[in-house]
Every structure is written in C-alpha cells, then in structure tokens.
Design a protein around this ligand. Structure first.
Ligand SMILES: Cc1cc2nc3c(=O)[nH]c(=O)nc-3n(C[C@H](O)[C@H](O)[C@H](O)COP(=O)(O)OP(=O)(O)OC[C@H]3O[C@@H](n4cnc5c(N)ncnc54)[C@H](O)[C@@H]3O)c2cc1C
Length: 427
C-alpha cells in the first residue's frame, strides 16, 4: 500500500509522518499501530512476547456499544469489606500489597461518588459508541470477520438484594444509550435454556457481540501490520529517553531505536514509560482469572454474566471460558489459581450439567486506573509521545477507538469526541 492510499481521503495534512514506535503489542497497542500505519507512519511494535499473548489473550471476549459502569460505584466503600470476607466472592486483595495499593484505593473510593460516576458513564458512552465502528476497517482489512458473533448477553442475579441494587446502574446506562432490558426468571430460561432456575432476575443486553478467540484477533491485526509494511519485534523496551524534538529514543534490551512518535501501550506495565515521558499516572492492575473448559458438555448459547460471581460464561471457539473476578495484588505477584475454584463451583450451580473436567487456568493483568477510565492522551511537555493504556475491564472493546484517537491526535486532526476525560492530566 502506498502512503497516499493509507491515508483517509481528504485528510492528508502534508505533515510528514515519520517513524512510530509502539511499546506493547496487546490489543490496544496493535490497534494503535495499525491505525498509525494506515495514517502513513512507519510502524515498529515492541513486545517481549507474541502479539496479544498477555491480558488480551484471556478476557471474556465481549464487546458492546452502550455505556458501561466503572468498577467503583456509589456505596463501594461499604460493600468491599463484605466482599473481601467472602472466600467465594469476586474481589480479593493480597494484604501484603495493601501499603503499595493504598494511594490507588483512596482514588478508587473517591471515584465512586455518585456525581463522578454519572459523569464517567456519560464520558465512557462517547467512547463505547465509537468502539465497534472503529474496529470495522481493521477487521475488514485483517480478514477477521469470522471471529465475531452477534449474540447479545445476559447478566443474572441470584439475590433480590443485588438485583434491586443494580437498578440505579441500569437506569444510568439506559440514559446514555445502552439497550438494557430488565428480565425475569422465565425470560432468562427462554434466552439461555442451559441455566438452572435459580435466578430472581437479569439484564438482557442486545448490543453485545463476542470475539470467539481474542488471541486470533490480535494475531490477525499483527499480520495486517506486517503485511502493510510494519515490523513487530519480540523485544522488551526498557525506557524512553526524550530528546530535543518530537518523540525520542526507545531504549530496548536489544539496542536503541529513534522514533518521531512513541505510543505507550504496554498495558499494566505502562506506568514506568509514562513517567519517563513526564506523566505521573496512578496505574495499577486488577488481575482476573479464567478457566477454559474444553468439553463443557452443555450448549451455553450466549455469554452469561454472574452478578454475584463477577464472571462471564462465554462460549468460544475452543470451549467454554469462565472469565472474570478481581484480585488486587500488583503486577508481579504469582497467580493464585485457587481463585478459580469458587468460579467453577458457582458455574456448576448455574449450569448443573456443566462438565468442569480438564479446565485450563489462566491469570491476566487488567491495566487499571482508579476511575476505570483509560488514558488516551498526549503528554504535556513531550511532543510526539502518546499514552494509550489503562482500559481495565473494557480493553478488548475500546482498543480500536483508542488507536483511531491516537492517530487523529498524532496527525493534529480534531478527534470526533472530547478527549479531556481521558487525559493523563486528570490525576
Ligand atoms: C478475566 C478478564 C476478562 C475480561 N473481559 C473483557 C471483556 O469481555 N471485554 C473487554 O472489552 N475487556 C475485557 N477484559 C479487559 C481486557 O482484556 C484488557 O483491558 C485488555 O486486554 C488490555 O489490553 P492491553 O493491550 O492494554 O494490555 P495487554 O494485553 O496486557 O498488552 C500489553 C502488552 O505490553 C507488553 N509489554 C509489557 N512490558 C513491555 C515492555 N517492557 N516492552 C514492550 N512491551 C511490553 C506485554 O507483553 C503485553 O503484550 C478482561 C480482562 C480480564 C483479565
């Protein structure tokens, strides 16, 4: 592809696009690299692992257009202690990590104020509305359409207290365009007959689809980048050194690379690179787990979220994935695969015929900011450095809209939404 073919029609600003180095080849980095490349940049991607093999490998495979809720919602301060006491609960904390986590937790609780959450849902809705349309050109060019299933999803509640407590969040998201329908036990059974009759109610989300194999999606976009002239190096970046002009030098374990533009999209590992460029961003990780059941023995038709369990049952190419929960333990702690046992017990109660034999466990690190919003942002005082990380529970959904926004900002084009809520300056 020539450079003029790569640029969207009428948007060639005559700005010479030079060499862009993208740190991190998860789904966010890959979509960012692909958008930059299609905008005329020569792209080099760096990652010590293969494309999409980290957090982007093991998620619950869901995308949706409508508004999403942050993790910290009103009342979380009172709910968290109870959740932590429940050994089968969706939230765990590694107590030895608490002193290092404390500043993040304080911001997390502050972000749960009602007014803040209402604003966040509105801001988030602008991103979500553009999420799937932004994927379209990449999915088309990557030949990855066979990986998408339009399906909708349901969230189911075992307790009336939890169901009643969810109303506020449902109405808030509906106000911002999420097509959520409140359903009763009989409708749950009709939509997903594999479920046991143990639920008091649910939420049917019609705007959701699923990617039947997120790793294959990452690999398809990586292949697209290579096909269109980009390079993906299996190399770790160590630091960013700023020079006099835009971009800087990316120091890697295999030498130094000069870049006119640097995009930091190293997921949960991004904080240090942002700091190198002069941005202090309170990034931490909410670790999640999954177990893939290769022979589930039941036909779960659409993704089902257990509200109380904090996980999804998602049918995918390789079996049934049970994915979710939240563990606050930092990036470096080893996985605690015992977290999977309560997920399996609850899943078996939800779907009694489920065959839980042969499950493969996995742990991944969601890159998470305390207000659940990503950073998609230039860095003040560091022209040519862009931050694209912190997508928490929504990174699969928001990867392409992030890449598009970075390419727009890098080209000096106006973005089609207000980027201030996603600025690194908000902290
Ligand atoms: C259990 C679970 C369920 C989820 N379900 C969903 C869902 O249904 N829908 C949804 O939208 N989102 C979901 N998510 C969230 C989503 O998976 C993440 O937000 C997303 O994968 C983050 O992508 P990323 O590219 O930022 O990070 P990653 O995929 O972690 O990629 C970061 C990359 O940076 C690389 N890197 C690290 N250090 C360096 C270095 N020094 N130099 C170069 N590269 C480096 C890593 O190797 C990695 O490949 C879920 C997450 C989990 C854990």
């Amino acid at each position: 592809m020539t450079e003029s073919e790569a640029r969207p029609e009428g948007e060639s600003l005559g700005v010479p696009r030079g060499h862009a180095v993208v740190i991190g080849a998860g789904i966010v980095g890959l979509c960012t690299g692909a958008y930059l490349q299609r905008d005329g940049w020569r792209v080099t991607m760096l990652d010590p692992d293969g494309p999409g093999e980290s957090c982007s490998f093991g998620n619950a495979c869901m995308r949706s257009d409508g508004a999403g809720l942050p993790v910290a919602t009103p009342g979380i301060f009172w709910k968290v202690p109870k959740m932590l006491m429940d050994p089968d609960g969706p939230l765990a904390i590694r107590w030895s990590y608490l002193p290092r986590l404390a500043p993040w937790l304080i911001r997390f609780v502050a972000a749960s104020r009602r007014g803040r959450v209402e604003q966040m849902v509105a801001d988030f809705a602008t991103l979500m509305a553009r999420a799937r349309p932004s994927y379209e050109p990449l999915i088309e060019a990557a030949g990855a359409r066979d990986l998408i299933r339009d399906c909708g999803s349901i969230e189911v509640f075992e307790s009336k207290e939890a169901f009643d407590g969810a109303r506020w969040g449902i109405e808030l998201r509906q106000k911002h365009g999420a097509p959520l329908e409140v359903i009763g036990p009989e409708q749950i059974r009709q939509i997903e007959p594999s479920l046991a009759p143990i639920f008091v109610g649910g939420i049917h989300r019609t705007d959701a689809d699923r990617i039947i194999n997120p790793l294959r999606l990452s690999q398809a976009i990586a292949d697209l980048i290579r096909r269109e002239g980009g390079e993906i190096k299996q190399v770790a970046a160590r630091s960013i050194r700023r020079g006099a002009g835009p971009g800087g030098t990316v120091v890697t374990e295999a030498g130094e690379i000069e870049a006119d533009l640097i995009a930091v999209s190293a997921g949960a590992w991004s904080k240090k690179f942002a700091a190198d460029a002069g941005a202090r961003v309170p990034l931490d990780t909410e670790r999640g787990y999954h177990v893939l059941l290769p022979n589930p023995g039941v036909d779960v038709r659409i993704p089902v979220k257990s509200n109380e369990g904090g996980f999804y049952l998602t049918p995918m190419e390789l079996g049934l994935r049970i994915a979710g929960t939240d563990e606050l333990a930092g990036v470096d702690a080893p996985p605690n695969y015992k977290r999977i046992d309560p997920m399996l017990r609850r899943a078996k109660r939800m779907v009694p015929d489920l065959n839980t034999e042969g499950g493969e466990p996995w742990m991944g690190r969601r890159p998470s900011l305390p207000d659940s919003m990503p950073v998609i942002s230039p860095v003040r005082g560091a022209p040519g450095v862009f931050l694209a990380f912190g997508h928490g529970h929504y990174g699969l959904t928001l990867a392409a809209v992030t890449g598009k926004a970075v390419a727009d900002m890098a080209a000096g084009r106006p973005t089609d939404m207000d980027m201030a809520p996603f600025s690194a300056e908000r902290f």
